[in-house]
Design a protein around this ligand. Structure first.
Ligand code: PLP
Length: 383
């Protein structure tokens, strides 16, 4: 990406040992199914290829991504396992995908036609996962369109142009495992799969994301597709101490300046906070351009682990910087502050940030960007 000339000011540390641990936990809970680690959106902000490789080491046998570009990037990184991608327009570069042996999800006849047009150029049959909309109303064919899609697919198989690898779908409310829509969606998937078998096809089925992988063994079918749990973030928002998972990402930054400031001085834009007494302020080189949400700066919601204690960020979060109130503590330039991490040393977690902001931890880790440099470690203890 950029030319790194010095030690990073801000870092997203990614612990591959935690990735492997999480994949092992997920596999142990789904012994009858294969595991597809979902590494879309650059591995939820953690690095798709590094996380994917670690997941494969731990027993995942598939990787899942959103776009053809993301799939081709995995191939370019030397990853040879089955890779599924599922979001395309019909004018996407299906020939490149088929040539690279990428499995393609298809949700409509228009998409199927486009894939089949590309097969001649690719010189090998397409590997298709036919997606049925069982109740999320997002991607996938409506049940009413399913028979036509199956007829076209069965013909393509008979012609030697395609293989129907799977019939699949995605759950709307898996984070509430007892919600009756899960059973409705599973029944619709089964009906769609049965219709495929009636046409002589023999696809596998897959439905479960992280939440269903961890709570609904009856919905594992042949393959489970966990994403967020691979990154150690609990799909049921359980605290780290109660979750079998280990958070993979730690966001940290090094203090660039420390100073004593007298009582009564306004801090950061708008002076939303004023020093209540003489105090030591530490400046951290990370802000909203790097994925620290500006909303965290309101009402003292943000804390960091710095110099062995949890300390408040005071005043507004700026584009590039935040200010930490250290009181009379000894804090030095170059000290490391942990913004969020696994929580083991008392530091906030991505879940804590999400709770403060009224969002989900997915958005926190995928939002890390800008100058935060990724550092990959292997079990060295991140904090
Ligand atoms: C993102 C995604 C997943 C993984 O979901 P998690 O909730 O992160 O486990 C699985 N399947 C599809 C189709 C997805 O888009």
């Amino acid at each position: 990406m950029d030319v790194a000339t010095s030690a990073p000011l801000a870092e997203a540390v990614v612990d591959l040992a935690a990735v492997r641990h999480n994949v092992q936990v997920l596999r142990a809970g789904a012994p009858g199914a294969e595991l597809m680690a979902v590494v879309k959106a650059d591995g939820y902000g953690h690095g798709a290829a590094v996380v994917g490789a670690a997941a494969l080491e731990a027993g995942a046998t598939w990787l899942g991504v959103c776009t053809i570009d993301e799939a081709l990037q995995l191939r370019a990184a030397g990853i040879t396992c089955p890779v599924l991608c599922w979001l395309h327009t019909p004018d996407d570069d299906f020939a490149a995908a088929v040539t690279a042996g990428i499995d393609l999800s298809v949700s409509s006849r228009a998409h199927l036609d486009a894939v089949l047009d590309a097969v001649a150029a690719a010189g090998r049959p397409a590997r298709l996962h036919l997606k049925v909309d069982t109740g999320l109303s997002r991607n996938g064919a409506q049940p009413a369109a399913w028979a036509d899609l199956l007829d076209d697919a069965a013909k393509a198989v008979a012609d030697g142009h395609a293989e129907v690898v799977a019939v699949w779908s995605h759950l709307a409310r898996a984070d509430d495992p007892q919600d009756p829509t899960l059973d409705v969606q599973a029944a619709r998937l089964n009906a769609a799969w049965q219709a495929a078998r009636e046409r002589g096809l023999d696809p596998i089925r897959h439905l479960a994301n992280s939440a269903a992988t961890m709570s609904r063994p009856d919905l594992h079918f042949d393959l489970v597709r966990p994403g967020i749990a691979v990154y150690g973030l609990d799909p049921f928002d359980r605290p780290v101490a109660e979750s079998p998972l280990r958070p993979v990402m730690t966001l940290r930054a090094r203090v660039v300046l420390v100073k004593r400031v007298p009582e009564g001085e306004g801090v950061s834009y708008g002076h939303e906070w004023t020093t209540p007494r003489e105090t030591t302020l530490a400046l951290l080189p990370i802000g909203y351009a790097d994925g620290v949400p500006r909303g965290l700066g309101r009402d003292g919601r943000m804390r960091v682990l710095l110099g062995g204690a949890i300390r408040p960020v005071v005043g507004r979060v700026c584009m590039d910087q935040v200010v930490v109130d250290c009181g009379d503590a000894e804090v030095a330039i170059g000290d490391r502050a942990v913004l969020f991490g696994p929580g083991g040393a008392g530091e906030p977690t991505a879940q804590d940030w999400a709770d403060e902001l009224g969002t989900i931890h997915y958005e926190i880790v995928t939002g890390v960007r800008g100058r935060a440099r990724r550092t990959v470690v292997d079990g060295e203890g991140q904090v």
